[in-house]
Design a binder for this molecule. Structure first.
Ligand code: PBG
Length: 353
């Protein structure tokens, strides 16, 4: 490799040399950064494909792959295509998929979420049949299924009816478990949703179905592309009456505490990079697996800048996800799961470390 050093300016030769009588450092952290091999030896954090979760958007139909403009490389898939995608992800060693549904019809209640032949249920049944070694998780929420786009049925005043939402979320979780979900992931931010779901699952005999609780989920501007993908923007108002104020860290820990007490098996923090302090605090405080969600806007920002040539997309994506793991996450939900798994495999065989 030839290295081009910048030319010395002519005046440099006449410049006074610096005084060289400085004390030599005793500690030289640079010693361990000299070569790629040394850097690999001392690397503290590695991403393993088995810790990654790939979100998938499932729509109705057959043989359909519909691109999502704000999320290049992510498609809406019909259940048969979703099954093919899951097979490919399992082949890459990706740990889990997280299914989101786009129903053909929406209503005030969001009934498409718990129908036995709903899109997510159909996909789960198909994927189950493949018998591939990958964990199946289903997002348990109503916003993509309600005509108004909120995460539960509405009261007269237009706010979400918390306790009516609980029954519907519990019914949805049971229906997802019956269709084959290993994990249900309640993301509606309704008070008491984890307890309601745990109770309903147990009563229906699904004692082995785990709950990954979106324990601390902020009302984040970074969900923008997802709402296009899932067609789940609220028709009026916003989600600040149930999702958390991103300004509140102590309240986030209280939300996690409650979900632990209600029976959560995994605690999830969301969005990712904006919440690294919460990930670190959660790791310290709770002995459950901690998951983090690198959300649609975080993914889209990196992709958009990379597509313009402003940043190196591969390195930026790897750095962002590595930082989440360094902060304490043992599980990362990311739209880049397949890409990351491919890059990791390449590094292992090709030595581009
Ligand atoms: C459903 C849900 C949302 C996301 C995950 N589950 C949307 C929202 O709360 O508006 C966002 C995920 C992403 O942006 O990637 N409530």
């Amino acid at each position: 490799m030839s290295i081009h050093l910048p030319q010395q300016s002519p005046s440099a030769t006449t410049r006074v040399q610096p005084d060289r009588k400085v004390a030599l450092p005793r500690d030289r952290p640079r010693r361990l950064r000299r070569t790629a091999a040394l850097r690999a030896l001392v690397r503290e954090t590695r991403i393993d494909p088995a810790m990654l979760v790939a979100p998938l958007f499932v729509r109705s139909g057959r043989g359909l792959r519909e691109p999502i403009a704000a999320m290049p490389g992510v498609d809406r898939l019909s259940p048969d295509e979703a099954a093919l995608e899951v097979e490919a992800l399992a082949g890459l060693g990706v740990g889990a998929v997280l299914l989101f549904g786009l129903p053909a019809d929406k209503d005030l209640d969001g009934s498409g979420a718990w129908e036995a032949d709903g899109v997510v249920q159909q996909a789960l049944v198909r994927i189950r049949d493949l018998d591939v070694p990958i964990v199946l998780a289903a997002d348990t929420c109503l916003c993509a299924y309600t005509s108004h786009g909120h995460c539960g049925p509405l009261l007269q005043d237009g706010t979400v009816d918390n306790d009516a939402a609980l029954e519907r979320l519990a019914t949805t979780a049971v229906s997802q478990a019956r269709a084959g979900a290993d994990i249900v992931a309640p993301s509606a931010m309704m008070d008491g949703q984890v307890a309601a779901i745990r109770g309903a699952l147990d009563e229906a005999g699904h004692t082995g179905t785990a709950i990954m609780a979106y324990a601390a989920k902020a009302a984040s501007a970074f969900y923008g592309p997802f709402r296009e993908a899932a067609d789940s923007s609220p028709v009026f108002g916003d989600r600040r009456g149930y999702q958390m104020d991103p300004a509140n860290g102590r309240e986030a820990l209280r939300e996690m505490e409650l979900d632990v007490a209600e029976g959560a098996d995994i605690l999830l923090v969301k969005p990712g990079l904006p919440s690294l302090d919460l990930v670190a605090a959660a790791k310290e405080r709770f002995d459950l697996p901690i998951a983090v969600y690198q959300v649609s806007g975080e993914f889209a920002m990196i992709r958009a800048a990379a597509d313009r040539g402003w940043i190196d997309g591969r390195r930026a994506m790897t750095e962002a996800v590595t930082s989440m793991v360094r902060a304490g996450a043992g599980i990362v939900v990311t739209y880049a799961a397949a890409e990351l798994a491919r890059w990791i495999a390449e590094e292992r065989t090709g030595g581009t470390r």
